[in-house]
Design a protein around this ligand. Structure first.
Ligand code: ADP
Ligand code: MG
Length: 403
């Protein structure tokens, strides 16, 4: 069952949630701070309505875009109260990177970035407004852990987003997966916000050392995060959602120990995802998703025989086509050989009949001569002459073209 994204109630309301996060009515958005006390319009278009949330890097405000029919949007303002100048500079860099990384991504489960600008020495990021709540505040409000099926559903959606990020070119490591950075919207979708420390994976460069205790894996502490680090953070997030207890930093965690309702199978998955050594974890978000939903794996497996049958069919058709082609070629070759033999016989027949003609001519000549002279010796002479003519004719003009 899907919990209400606004108040976390496990029983969905009949109709809209009474605490609905409407752009106009959201009670959180009405919250004021020193910055929102007076009316604020940024870039001549983004009117700040109230405060939505507060993170380590900045404050998130509800706003409306006056240029686009007062469409609801969110403005994130970078903190400007860092004590050391170098920390301020680093924060500005990370903020700019967040805008840059987000602008390159396009996924239904990732918040869309709309604008990024600097005004009055402040840095601002404008994003799509996600109508819903982050998982940390939903859990805090309801006070109880979530149902196992609900957690598995969210975790699988997050696996899909991680797969998208990790297979992006270049791969993006999110690095900050935790309940307060995961929003659950009114359509039942999870949305990742806060790409402040996400960055393209670069094995050569020194990584970020920014960590979230309990959610960051050991390797992130020395700046060596890779795709498996996000798998760890997702495991730790599942632990929190299943138990309501913050995961202990740098410890593999058993959710069943804290909440006996958790099944042994899911407990094992969370334990493996949060293994301290990256080699002992699921090696990818896809692997983790397959472990979370073994039935999808079985379905995928049952597809196997069909795929194998299609493959065998294709191989058979290819073989048949090959043999048919070979047979056709052999027939063609035989036909052309037969024609060559026929031509040779014809040409022999022609030379033979020419020889016969020549011989007949010689005999006729001899008969004529013997009539005139009556000499027997002449017959022999003409026979010899005829044979010589035949041989010569067959050698110099086998096709009888001269005739
Ligand atoms: N696009 C958004 N729509 C609605 N609420 C948001 C949005 N982005 C952030 N929030 C709220 O603001 C809180 C802080 O935002 P976040 O980006 O995580 O800031 P930080 O970088 O300071 O941690 C989030 O936990 C969430 O409750
Ligand atoms: Mg955050």
């Amino acid at each position: 069952m899907t919990a209400c994204p606004s108040c976390g109630d496990p029983t969905p309301h009949n109709g809209p949630c009474p605490n609905s996060l409407n752009a106009e009515l959201n009670p959180l958005a009405r919250e004021q701070d020193s910055w929102t006390a007076k009316s604020h319009i940024l870039q001549g278009r983004y009117e700040i309505i109230g405060r939505l949330g507060q993170g380590g890097m900045g404050t998130v405000y509800m706003a409306r875009d006056q240029r686009l029919a007062n469409r609801a949007c969110v403005v994130k303002k970078l903190r400007d109260d860092f004590f050391r100048l170098e920390d301020q500079k680093k924060a500005e860099e990370m903020f700019e990177r967040e805008a840059h990384v987000l602008s390159q991504l396009d996924h239904a489960n990732i918040v869309h970035v709309l604008d990024y600008f600097e005004e009055d020495n402040g840095f601002f990021l404008v994003m799509e407004y996600v109508e819903g709540r982050d998982l940390a505040s939903i859990l805090q409000q309801r006070g109880n852990p979530f149902e196992e099926s609900q957690v598995v559903d969210w975790a699988c959606q997050i696996c899909d987003v991680l797969e998208y990020l990790h297979e992006h070119d270049p791969p993006v490591i999110y690095r900050d997966l935790k309940p307060s950075n995961i929003m659950f919207d009114v359509k039942g979708r999870v949305k990742l916000v806060d790409f402040g420390i996400a960055r393209a994976f670069d094995p050569g460069s020194e990584g970020t050392h920014v960590v979230s205790a309990g959610y960051s894996p050991p390797e992130q502490y020395w700046g060596e995060a890779d795709t498996r680090s996000d798998v760890y953070s997702l495991g730790a997030t599942c632990y929190y959602l299943l138990t309501g207890v913050q995961p202990e930093a740098l410890h593999s965690v058993s959710a069943k120990l804290m909440n006996p309702q958790v099944s042994l199978a899911l407990d094992q998955v969370v334990l493996k995802a949060t293994a301290q050594n990256p080699l002992d974890r699921y090696q990818s978000a896809r692997e983790l998703k397959a472990a979370l939903r073994p039935e999808t794996k079985t379905k995928a497996k049952s597809k196997g025989p069909i795929e194998a049958a299609i493959l065998i069919g294709l191989v058979l058709v290819t073989c048949l086509a090959f043999f048919a082609y070979m047979r056709f070629e052999e027939l063609l070759r035989k036909q052309s050989e037969d024609e060559q033999v026929k031509d040779a016989l014809n040409s022999k027949l022609k030379s033979f009949s020419r020889a016969q003609e020549a011989e007949q001519k010689a005999i006729d000549g001899w008969r004529l001569e013997s009539k005139q002279y009556g000499s027997a010796g002449s017959e022999k002479k003409y026979q010899h002459q005829a044979a010589e003519e035949t041989a010569e004719s067959a050698l110099t003009d086998p096709d009888g073209l001269a005739h």
